[in-house]
Design a protein around this ligand. Sequence first.
Ligand SMILES: [Zn+2]
Length: 203
Amino acid sequence: MSIFDIFTKNARKMRIVRNGNQSLRSISMPVGAITDDVKALAQRMTVTMKENDVPGVGLAAPQVGVNLRLIVVDTRPDGKSSRKKPPTSPGEMMLNPLMPVALVNPEIISSSKETECACEGCLSLPGVEGEVTRPKKVLLKAQLISGEQVMLECDGLLARCLQHEIDHLNGILFIDRASEEDRQVAKPIMDEMANEEARLAGK
Ligand SMILES: [Zn+2]
């Protein structure tokens, strides 16, 4: 059972910041000790991810305006993907039963040469999509919220999600990695979001 099952009822949703917000373009700081505040933030991020109009499979702290190296992930296969073969990478085997799971100071230690292209979206860029080529497998190093250190090879949607979320910790958005064509299509939507974020910041 996930620790979030206990706390979720009381945790409050946070505002997801959008393109143009400075926290999305900042390098996030490592988490020091895993304090109650860090745990509470992870819980609130989980609620925010799950209760979004379109629930996300991952959320990074900068997306709620906090520049800390903390992400939450829930890439468990849904009913729709039940025909696909079950996940077999050590990362999926260990983390899927813990999901939604928070990862503290997550790092990609190494990546496969083999790449895969897939369509991505982002809770901070609603309405924007783009094809992104990424390494198919990654070796993840991170701490669980319990403090346990893990080093796991991850494949599938989990590998892609980890790369997307860790990019957020480094101020990178998926659209930066998309084709020129996808970026052109996204530009008016990106600009509109940036205007709205500037308006909110000016209040
Ligand atoms: Zn994102």
